[in-house]
Design a protein around this ligand. Structure first.
Ligand code: PMP
Length: 436
């Protein structure tokens, strides 16, 4: 018997919401077959409308790196609320946050603040084009960089997709103009040779290479040994701007993001999500020479809500918390993630359950069956029905994983959460064993 049997109020809320709130959910990514409506969250846990409690490893798709309602951040926001939420003029918080970021993130000499990852990506692509005077961008099949027309391309393509070393450039959703595909070259990720050939032939037309340094939006696939270094060398050789999309990995894999973790420094990067522990803010930044175009308004960057003091106060408090005592909180998140990942893998092995955690310690993806995933095309071998079933049953045991299997750790997760999660996983696996 599952722990959570009753979600009546969530069901009623969904029916009511659908009448006025398109679809009853706020983002296509949040579509659950039976959405759970949440009343409140504290630390590592959330409570739904029916009073059911869940351990939250979804963390609102990433931002809640300190858990729900972290006191240091809440206090900073309350303090700022009393002083004013927006001025549309400079505030000291802007350079205070910028100084922290420049200290932490290796590629960043200069930074600007935006409100969402999509916006930050949109701008850095424009910036790379302005800097190089070239139009084309290399994007990798299966990587996600937000929902803007010119980059929502070949994220989840389905067959026909073209040759694996020359994938078709496929728009993702209805309404994207045909011509958005003209300036994007889609390549398979983790294949250095194909990038080398493309840059050799078309490098003079290519403004940027953009990638998720770990493919967390599809399978949690990690780069092959030497791949990122190779990409760095090739882009440098051809004068192409290398952009790391660190929206997920920023302030999560390490204080300096994936670039610090892997020791490969891009020209530009974007980050968001974990940056302000649950407040809507994102950012882009990079090498001085490129960012000077922004600083001097040669490539103007605009936005009413940019660097609004409320979110900046949250960001400053978050960065202080993550970096204090030489990054103790960051280390804790990685350590607790490593424990959960290892113990889940051990459990799967014990029961010969065909599932394995891929990715990194602070964030990983539970895939099934156990495969050596290298790029998007390998994902067709995954059994998504099986994975959804497992994650849905975990939800019914009070464990909130993303339906596609992503598991994220925060500073609020603790040993008790881990024990409860492992017990729930064992219960689900044994139930399945008994049904065989
Ligand atoms: N890039 C990556 C790697 C992401 O995972 C996301 C969001 N999931 C985005 C960009 C877009 O960010 P946002 O949803 O804040 O627009």
């Amino acid at each position: 018997m599952a722990k959570i049997a009753n979600r009546t109020k969530s069901k009623e809320a969904f029916e009511r919401s659908k009448l006025t709130h398109a679809g009853g959910f706020a983002s296509a990514a949040r579509f659950f077959p039976e959405p759970v409506f949440i009343k409140s969250g504290k630390g590592s846990r959330v409570i739904d409308l029916d009073g059911n409690e869940y351990i939250d490893y979804m963390l609102a798709y990433g931002p809640l790196i300190l858990g729900h309602c972290p006191k240091v951040v809440t206090d900073a926001v309350i303090d700022q609320l009393a002083k004013g939420t927006m001025f549309g003029m400079g505030s000291e918080l802007e350079f205070m946050v910028a100084e922290e970021i420049v200290k932490m993130v290796p590629c960043i000499d200069l930074v600007r603040f935006t409100n969402s990852g999509t916006e930050a990506v949109h701008f850095v692509l424009r910036l790379a084009r302005a800097y190089t005077g070239r139009e084309k961008v290399i994007k990798f099949e299966g990587h996600f960089h937000g929902w803007a027309d010119n980059i929502l391309i070949s994220v989840h393509p389905s067959p026909p997709m073209g040759l694996s070393n020359a994938p078709w450039v496929k728009r993702e959703v209805a309404g994207q103009p045909k011509n958005v595909t003209e300036n994007v070259i889609i390549l398979p990720w983790n294949d250095l040779e194909v990038v080398e050939k493309t840059l050799k032939n078309y490098g003079h037309e290519i403004a940027a290479v953009i990638m998720e340094p770990i493919m967390f939006n599809n399978g949690g696939i990690v780069p092959r040994e030497g791949y990122l270094t190779g990409i760095r060398e090739l882009t440098q050789k051809h004068g192409v701007v290398l952009i790391f999309d660190e929206i997920v990995t920023g302030f999560r894999l390490a204080l300096g993001g994936a670039q610090e973790y892997f020791g490969v420094i891009p020209d530009l990067c974007v980050f968001g999500k974990g940056f302000a522990a649950g407040y809507p803010i994102s950012s882009f930044g990079g090498r001085k020479e490129i960012m000077e175009l922004v600083a001097t308004n040669q490539v103007p960057h605009m936005g009413t809500f940019n660097a609004n003091p409320l979110c900046m106060a949250a960001a400053l408090a978050t960065l202080h918390e993550l970096s204090k005592d030489d990054g103790r909180v960051m280390r804790y998140i990685s350590e607790i993630g490593a424990k959960l990942r290892t113990r889940l893998n051990n459990l799967f092995e014990k029961y010969s359950f065909p599932m394995k955690a891929a990715g990194s310690d602070p964030i990983f993806v539970l895939n099934s069956p156990v495969l050596n995933l290298r790029s998007y095309r390998d994902l067709v071998k995954l059994d998504f029905d099986f994975m959804h079933r497992f994650h849905t049953e975990m939800l019914d045991e009070g464990i909130l994983f993303m339906l596609r299997g992503n598991v994220m750790l925060s500073a609020a997760h603790n040993e008790q959460d881990l024990e409860q999660t492992l017990d729930a996983a064992e219960k689900v696996i044994r139930r399945w064993e008994n049904k065989k």
